[in-house]
Ligand binder design. Structure first.
Ligand SMILES: Cc1cc2nc3c(=O)[nH]c(=O)nc-3n(C[C@H](O)[C@H](O)[C@H](O)COP(=O)(O)OP(=O)(O)OC[C@H]3O[C@@H](n4cnc5c(N)ncnc54)[C@H](O)[C@@H]3O)c2cc1C
Length: 402
């Protein structure tokens, strides 16, 4: 099987490499360890060169390139290899921005997209509620239009990025008389206002990345609705697709595996590098097999997308693979670090940690990935129904009858 991209694309790969050699010289440290200014100026150069934010129009801060899935893949691979910063991650740049480009009004795009992708506005996601997680359409937070403003009442939970978030995109029931899915609208709102109360949740890592968010007559302007009134469910489906692609990236798994290899080279077993131990090598080889399988599966996903065919099932499979790989990598890292890893200090934000603490957080976080963005069970249900054509989950089908 030839997994090469062909001469034209190998030339594109060479151009990317030349750009990276000039703009991101080899370094031992992670991209996160470079200064904020270095990262920002690298990203600007990469946008100018057409390598980042390729699907975002220039007027919103992107590089507005022709859709080319293979070129985009090559860029991800090459940036990943030298650990150069890719697009900013997070719910604003990766989830809200593409959703607004698809569904937002001109004003919403002008006002929010550039600031989301450049990190000036931090966004959080207000979907889940107590009693509305997997069965998201059961949500009960209400939005009522009064005097040109939406007035919100209810509660969200598991709100990530609450600490820094300026805004939230939220699903809210605005049409109480309509059916379960038809009654939901998609609203944007400011976090810093008297009607929004945030109560942090304490995690096993000691950190509080999540919060409960309570709305008591919280307010947002009437035109901060994305899509039509009552069409929030449709808008949210496209956002969830972006979320799964964000979580299920094959390059992320490959990057994690590279970190594990570095750890296996530096950790010691009986005075020798752990990477020389037979059991460790076998475990590494097994995980590498999963990483390569995910890479091939993402190639099949790319091929289907190039052919304009549906690739939803593969994107779900890739999210499940990513979750499994994350858990296996963390378990092996734990074994390599031994008791030391349990002594890692707690309470640092996950992105700022290093050494044992980084792996401890990776381990804890890897468990959550089986839940975030739709649990693995739910992904399997969808694969079974839409991918394999098995009968609908009886409870869900009953629920959706008008
Ligand atoms: C790291 C992390 C970050 C998150 N960030 C956010 C965020 O920023 N904003 C936000 O809104 N939410 C966020 N969430 C919440 C997340 O979307 C929900 O936790 C998830 O959708 C599951 O909902 P739940 O917790 O209510 O579990 P439930 O839906 O109650 O599920 C409990 C268990 O039952 C299983 N189950 C439920 N229904 C079925 C079924 N039909 N078939 C088979 N099994 C089923 C589930 O798989 C799960 O194992 C985050 C969660 C995590 C872990």
């Amino acid at each position: 099987m030839d997994l090469g991209y062909g001469t034209e694309y190998e030339a594109c790969r060479e151009q990317v490499r030349v750009f990276l050699r000039a703009q991101w010289p080899p370094r031992e440290t992670n991209a996160e360890d470079a200064t904020a200014e270095q990262i920002q100026s690298f990203r600007r150069a990469a946008v100018d060169a057409g390598y980042l934010y390729r699907n975002i129009p220039r007027r919103f801060g992107g590089s507005e390139q022709e859709a080319d899935i293979l070129a985009a893949q090559i860029i991800r691979e090459e940036f990943g290899t030298v650990r150069a910063p890719m697009e900013l991650t997070g719910q604003g740049p990766q989830m809200l921005a593409p959703t607004l480009l698809e569904w937002g009004t001109d004003w919403q795009k002008d006002h929010f997209v550039r600031k989301a992708i450049e990190g000036e506005h931090i966004w959080c996601q207000g979907y889940s509620e107590p009693g509305a997680g997997s069965d998201l359409a059961s949500l009960r937070t209400t939005g009522e239009l009064r005097d040109g403003e939406w007035v919100l009442n209810g509660q969200k939970i598991w709100t990530t990025h609450w600490k820094r978030a300026h805004y939230m995109f939220a699903l809210v029931r605005t049409e109480p008389e309509a059916g379960k899915h038809a009654g939901i609208s998609y609203l944007l709102l400011k976090m810093d206002q008297p009607g929004v109360e945030v109560r942090p949740l304490k995690q096993i890592t000691g950190d509080s990345e999540f919060a409960e968010v309570f709305f008591n007559d919280a307010r947002t302007p009437a035109d901060w609705i994305v899509g039509e009134r009552g069409a929030g469910w449709t808008v949210s489906r496209s956002l969830l697709r972006h979320e799964r692609n964000m979580i299920g990236s094959a390059n992320r798994s490959a990057g994690l595996f590279r970190s594990l290899l570095r750890l296996a080279r530096s950790a010691q077993i009986d005075g020798r590098p752990a990477v020389e131990d037979r059991q460790v090598r076998e475990a590494l080889a097994a995980i590498h097999g999963y990483v390569e399988t995910q890479r091939c599966s993402s190639y099949v996903q790319l091929t289907r997308e190039l052919q304009g065919r549906d690739s939803e099932t593969l994107s779900l499979l890739n999210k499940i693979s990513d979750t499994n790989i994350g858990q296996q990598v963390s378990l092996l890292a734990h074994r390599l670090l031994g008791a030391e890893s349990a002594l890692a200090p707690r309470g640092q934000p996950a992105g700022r940690t290093s050494g044992n603490e980084k792996w401890m957080n990776q381990f804890m976080g890897s468990l959550g990935m089986a839940i975030a963005g739709g649990t693995s069970n739910i992904q399997r249900n969808i694969i079974a129904e839409r991918g394999l054509g098995l009968p609908r989950d009886a409870a869900a089908a009953r629920d959706e009858k008008p």
